[in-house]
Ligand binder design. Structure first.
Ligand code: PBG
Length: 323
């Protein structure tokens, strides 16, 4: 046998494995999603996502206490009676998200606050854009509303706005309105490659945002069309996106890897609710080691090219990965 055919670097000791390790996720790479409800003192478990809660804004202090990660991503879950056809509650300067942003910035000015910009939680029909008289998504009217929503988040102090509605031209519309209002420092993280996916199931339970009719295939990407994902992502880059995102994570790891070769922007990967729930359920059933599976999943995303990872495992991971 030739001397160099032995993989000596990995053998024998943990120290030698550490020295040769190429990819490691750290707490710095993680983004914690937070679901926010109105009112005070509310902390409601989400059935389909064990360990994840919907909380009211006043409980944010406790939520981010001892947080070892640099960023959070905020989702609003407005009450049903606050939803309407025009998604009006999305534009209240004192709504759930602007209030939460101001509170977080007060508690910890260094925390990077990212806000989800989408209409689905605010519309009665649960679609990501608004519906015209023909019963179709009105793309151009929707992007104006998304820009307005992003502006309100940015004025409240959001560092990054993250449009997830998958409307054409949403990044350009947001960038232009932000700049017009002197909000040049607010960055845009575009959910550029967001696929129409079954893995969002538990999120829709968490955010109470299932579409009342139809589905999201007319605006989210088809998992059968990778080229379209790259075209969309590069279009978002041209429109002024500062970050791109691939979502879901693990089922689209090939998209992530290829996108990494096509852009120089930072990329976030989103380990979505269904991916989280699958690990949780399998662990509960005793057929998988939860900690190892979670670490392996996010490491795969980083290996494929993700700079940051949005995951419901953020809190656990920041403990597990600390050494
Ligand atoms: C809003 C939005 C969704 C997710 C993030 N933003 C749901 C959807 O598009 O149906 C899903 C996140 C998850 O599943 O964890 N448009």
């Amino acid at each position: 046998m030739f001397p160099n055919t032995r993989m000596r670097r990995n053998r024998l000791t943990e120290g030698r494995r550490r020295l040769a390790r190429q990819v490691a996720v750290t707490a710095d790479n993680l983004i914690l999603p937070i679901f926010l409800v109105e009112g005070a003192g509310r902390r409601e478990p989400i059935e389909s996502m064990p360990g994840v809660y919907r909380i009211s804004v006043d409980l944010l202090d406790k939520e981010i206490e001892d947080l070892k990660i640099p960023a959070v991503l905020l989702f609003a879950v407005p009450e049903t009676h606050k939803k309407n056809e025009n998604a009006q509650a999305a534009f209240e300067p004192d709504g759930i998200i602007p209030s939460a942003v101001r509170r977080l910035k007060k508690i910890d000015p260094e925390l990077v606050v990212i806000t989800d910009v989408c209409l689905c939680a605010y519309t009665t029909d649960g679609h990501c854009g608004i519906i015209n008289q023909k019963g179709q998504i009105d793309n151009d009217a929707s992007i104006e509303l998304l820009a307005e929503m992003a502006k309100i988040h940015a004025q409240a102090g959001a560092d990054i706005v993250a449009p997830s509605a998958m409307m054409d031209g949403q990044v350009a519309a947001i960038r232009s309105l932000l700049d017009k209002n002197g909000l040049c420092d607010t960055a845009i993280m575009s959910y550029a490659a967001k696929f129409a996916s079954s893995f969002y199931g538990p999120f829709r339970d968490a955010a109470k945002s299932s579409p009342a009719f139809g589905d999201r295939q007319s605006y989210q990407l088809s998992f059968a069309n990778p080229t379209e994902a790259f075209r969309d992502a590069l279009q978002d880059e041209a429109e002024g996106a500062d970050w791109l995102m691939v979502k879901p994570g693990l089922p689209y790891i090939d998209i992530l890897y290829q996108l990494r070769q096509k852009t120089l922007l930072p990329i976030a990967a989103y380990q979505v609710s269904g991916e989280y729930a699958m690990i949780k359920c399998a662990a509960k059933a005793g057929v998988i080691n939860e900690k190892n599976a979670a670490i392996e999943s996010v490491t795969a995303m980083k290996r494929a090219g993700a700079d940051a990872i949005i995951t419901y495992y953020t809190k656990e991971l920041s403990e597990w990965l600390a050494r």
